[in-house]
Design a protein around this ligand. Structure first.
Ligand code: ZN
Length: 288
């Protein structure tokens, strides 16, 4: 078994080529005239999972464009601004899920542009480096062929380079499928390990990210266990609210970035998030 080095191989492994090409050509057309409004007031969270070898150049192009055109703030600052309803400009905030090894490449690029990112990790995949285990997690839970993960040493380096580390659950199960006791046990276990290894952990992002893979009651439990924020992977950005929002109410939205895709796609989704922005975006939505 060998680690996957390129995103082309990931796509080949996933299959569904015809559907993807169709989606890409539609997006290519739609994104031709995209224009992100720099005067917009809001907070846009962008998150990614990996930077494979054939994505590095484009990843830098995208990150550079964002750094040169917008105010990029740290995860903790973005959360504080949401809680204080202090949204006086257009802010971008980066995070990453799954704790893959290529976060170290991301960190190198971020360093050039003075960007702080929040990396959401699963303690289990940092602790257990057996190939068979990594392969199982990658293929069954992350939807990618075998790919390497961070080590605790890497996590220390990320922190030393000014990034934040968040909790992405113990081992990337679908948390909404767990009963309350099982979920709390997962949360306690992952929190304990992260605290022992890195001291403090303030932010939580649940695996898969859509509302229906988690529960509003579980989101509240993360705060009862000390977390300052809980992130989804639902698209959309945040705008100023009419009434102040509490910690328990605040639900963070993030737009995914695939670095192999054209910068125009990133612009398209950012513009779409601006155009569809609503105060409702900051609240949990139960779609059951
Ligand atoms: Zn994940």
């Amino acid at each position: 078994m060998q680690y996957t080095e390129t995103y082309s191989k990931v796509l080949k492994w996933r299959g569904g080529t015809a559907r993807r090409l169709l989606r890409d050509s539609v997006l290519r057309l739609k994104s031709m005239s995209s224009n992100v409004d720099k005067k917009f007031k809001g907070i846009q969270f962008l998150y990614f999972h990996y930077i494979y070898d054939d994505e590095m150049k484009n990843a830098e192009k995208i990150i550079q464009w964002i750094a040169e055109n917008f105010k990029v703030i740290s995860y903790s600052e973005a959360i504080q601004r949401l809680l204080d309803d202090n949204i006086d400009d257009y802010y971008i905030c980066f995070s990453s899920d799954d704790g893959l090894k290529s976060n170290m490449i991301a960190s190198k690029i971020f360093k050039k542009y003075n960007i702080s990112c929040c990396f959401f990790i699963n303690p289990a995949t940092i602790e257990n480096r057996e190939l068979a285990y990594q392969n199982k997690i990658c293929t069954e839970r992350l939807g990618i062929p075998l790919t390497d993960f961070l080590t605790w040493e890497d996590v220390g380096t990320l922190l030393a380079e000014g990034h934040e580390i968040g909790n992405h659950s113990y081992d990337h199960q679908i948390l909404g499928d767990l009963n309350e006791d099982e979920f709390e046990e997962d949360l306690k276990k992952s929190t304990k390990i992260l605290k022992e290894k890195i001291g403090e952990v303030k932010h939580f992002a649940f695996p898969r990210g859509q509302f229906n893979f988690f529960k509003a009651a579980y989101k509240k439990m993360t705060h009862a266990h000390g977390y300052t924020s809980c992130a989804t992977a639902e698209r959309g950005c945040h705008i100023a609210l009419d009434t102040p929002i509490s910690l328990n109410e605040l639900s963070v939205r993030r737009d995914v970035v695939v670095f192999k895709e054209p910068l125009a796609f990133v612009k398209y989704f950012m513009q779409k998030s601006q155009q569809t922005s609503s105060t409702k975006n900051s609240y949990w939505i139960d779609n059951q």
